[in-house]
Design a protein around this ligand. Structure first.
Ligand code: INI
Length: 153
């Protein structure tokens, strides 16, 4: 027997948490996520966008959304770019750890669509450039996870 999630977004409610830091990239990830949801049977009304200052703040917003019970999935989007600062490690690490913690807390599926790259060019490549769009991928994963977990109750 094989259990897997379908890719049907019809009727699902999505919360998308978007970091405004590096917002050109975040917005491209958002465009990808929305396109994916619409192409899989969802509609504009099923997507609610929540903006926070930076990726460090994504987990607390995701946690509140998860507790609200109003959404079937939460998609977290942002870009942490290394540049020359050790700040990168703290921001990227805390974002990843915090999002994973919310995902495991037992609410709805929470997707990690936060890019962690060395350069802006690398981030652009992953946000609708030559290596695809991680926002699109995160949304597809959200749909699959909702439909998978529906079968494991
Ligand atoms: N936030 C990001 O989302 N990406 C970054 O690259 C970044 N850098 O490089 O500093 C960043 N910093 C802000 C951080 O997320 C918090 O908003 C800030 O520290 C206030 O808590």
């Amino acid at each position: 027997m094989v259990v897997q999630g379908s890719l049907d977004a019809k009727g699902l409610r999505f919360a998308v948490v978007i970091s405004r830091f590096n917002e050109t990239i975040s917005n491209r990830l958002l465009d990808g996520a929305k396109d994916c949801i619409l192409r899989h049977g969802g509609n504009e009304e099923s997507i609610t966008e929540f903006y926070c200052p930076g990726s460090f703040e994504i987990p607390v917003v995701a946690q509140r959304l998860s507790k609200s019970g109003k959404y079937d999935a939460i998609i977290c989007l942002g870009a942490v770019i290394r540049g020359d600062t050790p700040h990168f490690d703290y921001v990227a690490g805390e974002a990843a750890k915090g999002i994973a913690q919310v995902a495991l807390s037992g609410g709805c599926p929470v997707m990690f669509g936060v890019l962690t790259t060395d350069t802006t060019d690398q981030a652009m490549e992953r946000a609708g450039g030559k290596t695809g769009n991680r926002g699109w991928d995160a949304a597809l994963g959200a749909i699959e996870m909702v439909r998978l977990l529906e079968q494991i109750k």
